[in-house]
Design a protein around this ligand. Structure first.
Ligand code: DLZ
Ligand code: SF4
Length: 515
């Protein structure tokens, strides 16, 4: 039995199930293909990271004596699809079956189903065991529940893994220490210095390739310092656990102009492409707490992101099926303003979030949720445009994780599958959690009129406009009391918001197909 083992660009792990029973005579296929490089217009750094990590992982396998078939983007025979490359390898003969680990999005699930029909040998798709919660376990947990709530799932996962547990009780007597994790940065407080990963020859070669072939894509390449090997990812993780984790909890939701990383781990991209292991990360964070090197609010908050949130969104993505992204619960119908790409806006918070995104293919969760996501939702931007942007611009974006986070959590287009309420906020929230407003052309204290922070009037307009859908939500009872108390202002607010939407370029979208 000679097996062709297809390994995707986000499956670069020795634990990949497609490699588990590798035998002499087998071959591992990795292929750089235009179909994957263009299904969304990826940030240049994301392209470099994926291609460089694929090349380095292929070398690592080859060094260990594994036969590798590596198809480069510039290979003249390249068919430019993953299925095409499998068929081409099969046509060159000698394989009895194809094995692949399940991909991270429905588009490729369907492509591999078609491949199985076309191929002359069996195509076996195996579960992706790099996640802590197997899909059947999530499905069983979700079965019969009226609502899927991360917090309850997370507790199950704590019990299942024993992470941060004292017997059957949560360490510290509480499951969740989030109430302690919403601090503003004290004035003058400097975030820790970050480890910089110096690009080696493989990265440099791929940078040249991407500059040449994807010159028009979004993003700078100058500051590229993503991990593209297991050793680099390990260095990033160790640096985080040793030097940064202790402050992660307190300032998890804080934002500061010109500071993209603050106390965030910046390991999501390496984790999502297979260079790190989720359970190992959680266990090592727990060990830091048990050894007294990091406080519980930091460690619990960090573990919850991986063991709770990350596993939960992945479960939701597969559970809800491929129609999940077709939902548009709030009837959003606007274009994404151009400044999401150019960064040219007077809104200091948005300018910083987009600038960081362009320079680093990264922004942290509060920038994504409460600045760019919140604004897109308040403006009523169509979910297809918002999803396309998030999928494109972040190095860690793969559909299983992007879709529930953006479509569900950030813009509530799923009507409440992921979150129990829309995360809509006025400028007051951004002002409380950042130093942006002091340096902004707009005045966050002005609710309306010339020079007022756009988030303010858009926030009230959002609530008024969506009252038929959201008024009955108990978690929005407080803001809706205020909405009802200002009934005489509703028309003026709606008019002003509409003018603002037009001025910002959030114009009504012409109907078009999906992505
Ligand atoms: C993101 C990406 C890119 C840019 N290029 C490739 C590629 O050329 N070959 C490949 O195997 N994988 C690539 N990937 C990752 C895939 O798009 C990813 O596996 C799917 O989106 C499923 O998560
Ligand atoms: Fe953002 Fe409004 Fe603050 Fe300006 S005033 S930084 S637009 S929240």
């Amino acid at each position: 039995m000679r097996t062709l083992r297809l390994l995707l660009g986000d499956q670069l792990s020795d634990q990949a199930t497609s490699l588990s029973d590798i035998a002499p005579g087998d071959m591992v296929l990795l292929a750089e293909v235009m179909e994957e490089a263009t299904y969304v217009p990826h940030h240049k750094q994301k392209l470099v990271m994926v291609f460089a990590a694929m090349r380095r992982f292929a070398s690592r396998l080859a060094d260990r004596g594994v036969a590798v078939r590596y198809v480069g983007l510039d290979d003249p025979a390249n068919t430019h699809s993953l299925a095409g490359e499998v068929l081409r390898a099969l046509s060159e003969g000698g394989f009895d079956r194809v094995v692949v680990t399940e991909p991270g999005e429905w588009r490729l699930v369907r492509a591999f189903e078609r491949l199985a029909v076309q191929a002359a040998v069996p195509v076996e798709v195996r579960p992706d065991t790099r996640f802590i919660c197997p899909r059947p376990v999530f499905e069983a947990w979700a079965d019969g529940r009226r609502e899927l709530r991360m917090e309850f799932f997370y507790r199950e996962m704590r019990r299942r893994t024993g992470l941060l547990m004292d017997g059957d009780q949560p360490v510290g007597g509480r499951w969740n220490f989030d109430a302690e994790n919403r601090k503003r940065l004290p004035k003058g407080m400097r975030p820790p210095k970050r480890l910089r990963i110096v690009p080696g020859p493989v990265v440099q070669a791929v940078v040249r390739l991407v500059e040449q072939r994807f010159a028009g894509n979004f993003g700078d390449l100058d500051g590229f310092d993503w991990a593209t090997s297991h050793d680099e990812a390990e260095a990033l993780l160790a640096h985080f656990l040793d030097d940064i984790l202790p402050g992660f909890g307190d300032w998890q939701d804080a934002m500061k102009g010109g500071e993209p990383y603050l106390w965030h781990a910046r390991i999501s991209a390496a984790l999502n492409i297979g260079l790190l292991d989720a359970l190992d990360i959680c266990r090592r964070a727990e060990a830091a707490y048990r050894a007294g090197r990091a406080p519980l609010n930091a460690v619990e908050g960090f573990i919850r992101q991986i063991l709770g949130w990350r596993e939960f969104v992945r479960g939701v993505y597969w559970l809800k099926g491929e129609d999940y992204l077709a939902g548009n619960a709030l009837g959003a119908d606007r274009r994404l303003p151009w400044f999401y790409w150019s960064g040219e806006t007077e809104m200091a918070c948005v300018r910083d979030a987009v600038g960081t995104t362009r320079r680093h293919a990264y922004a942290h969760h509060i920038q994504r949720l409460m600045v760019t996501g919140n604004l897109a939702m308040l403006l009523g931007v169509h979910p297809d445009e918002v999803n396309l942007w998030y999928m494109s611009v972040y190095a860690d974006a793969f559909e299983w994780v992007e879709a529930p986070n953006t479509h569900g959590m950030a813009i509530f287009a799923d009507g409440g599958v992921v979150g129990s309420k829309p995360y809509a906020a006025s400028g007051a929230y951004i002002n409380r959690m950042s130093d942006y407003c002091a340096a902004c052309a707009y005045d966050v204290r002005l609710k309306r009129g010339e020079g007022a922070c756009p988030f303010n009037v858009l926030y009230w307009d959002f609530l008024i406009r969506n009252a038929p859908r959201l008024d009955a939500n108990p978690r929005l009872a407080m803001p809706y009391r205020a909405v009802h108390a200002m009934r005489s202002d509703h028309d003026a607010i709606r008019e002003e918001a509409e003018a603002l939407r037009a001025a910002l370029g959030a114009v009504v979208r012409q109907p078009q197909g999906g992505r």
